[in-house]
Ligand binder design. Sequence first.
Ligand code: BES
Ligand code: MN
Ligand code: ZN
Length: 511
Amino acid sequence: MIVQSATPPVHECNADALILALGADWENSPTITELDRRMSGQLSRWIQDGEILTKPMKTATILSPIGLQAKTLILVGLGSPGVGKSGLKKSSDGTVSDVDSVAGVAFRAAAAGAKIASQAKTRKTIAFAGFGDFLHQEATAMQSAVAGSVTGGIGQDLFKAESATAPAETILWYDVSEELLQSGKAIGESMILVKRLVNLPPNYLYPDSFVQEAVAVGAEAGFQVEVWDEAKLIAENCNSLLAVSKGSTRPPRLCILRYAGNPSSTETSTIDNAPIALVGKGVTFDSGGYSLKPTDGMLTMKCDMAGAATVLGILRAAALLKIRQPIIGLVGLVENMVAGNAMKLGDVLTARSGKTIEVHNTDAEGRLVLADVLNVALDYSPSKIIDFATLTGACCVALGNDIVGVMSNDNDLQQELLVTASNVGEYAWPLPMFPYFSEQIAGKVADIKNVGEGRWGGAITAAKFLEQFVDEKPWVHLDIAGPAFLDSPKSWCDAGGTATMVRTIIAMLSK
Ligand code: BES
Ligand code: MN
Ligand code: ZN
């Protein structure tokens, strides 16, 4: 994909589609005013008549617009970015719940425009104009808009002879600096990688093929990839991860991604010479094991490696952006299957840390994988740990399908994550980690068991289990079971993988 600055005046832009931002405050937009004049006042009449809406992500398509060189004009609503509709105001510590942040609207509106454009194969070159007028040229928002323009046209139909979506080959932008264009592109393309890996079916994407993808991405973006095979995992006592993998004919892998950081970066954030560890759940298919899932629940379980894909995508973007912060990515890759030698209910495992775990439910496998991967992360003396996991259906029950559950042992780190997510316009919300939840995972014959008492609070008991393996390091757990994978499309994103949290973590690490 080529992403570059547009040069001719907007009315002379001869792109296959011109995507024009339309905020509620359109009368004060120089871009809209000029195009409206070229179109003999047609645009303002349609807006005033209510034929064209200025609400966020509403689109209107005008074929062969008179007075413009572009073959098609696509208007996309931005509403009043930054004003916010949630009613909650910023508190003194910066916390907001307002996901209609300027950058969030910018990302979703640009993506919605790119998605509409991708519905016709003829639109090979698309141009974006007018966004700066409504986003006040705010850097994070403009970068988010570019990322949205890159990802929005990408569909999940990887295997259709006649794909329903044809993402543009060239994307032109008005009023965006070269730096923001290139960083927005790096973030957007890393999100495309995450979406593609999540969308790949489990007969294509399994532990070893994920590793091959990671090796290729590391070579392209500039970070090291180390692979632990089954023999190494055995030698390292990763018995909890290995137990999940036992029923599968596909051997497990642990992949360590190392980005050294860039000491000459001018980023002014706290300079940690210690790496931050990003840990991902990479269950390439989750049948549930002997605690077998029903068909409906199993059908989309190719998405259970979304955490691992997220870590790989973040590493790719961080390396291309040459951010200051060193990163260690660790992903545990397994298939959770049934077989004569598969893990059984009642099995007792000795994790790499030495803790013993009673298996009460083989479908609570993600935490068994992460127990060992988190323990390996500690070997690198990270300053903090963030894990990403499609861990529990209970998190979707608690927060719905669109919100990331945030659980932590460190209030400052949790706040930093929540504030960043809110600033970039991703949906994340905290769940409490009161100590008494730990009582629920106390073991009967071993140190701990892998589920709580009954299903209530299941997202939190899962997090409490993970907490046992981070040794008091500042740690935040992101349960992405809902938002990582959409069952039905949104105006700004096809169904399937979403690459949730890539924008948030890149923003958090590159301040
Ligand atoms: N991978 C699932 C969680 C999941 C559910 C992800 C829906 C995406 C969408 C996880 O391994 C799982 O099966 N969790 C169980 C835990 C339970 C057995 C304690 C669940 O949520 O039911
Ligand atoms: Mn499971
Ligand atoms: Zn799972």
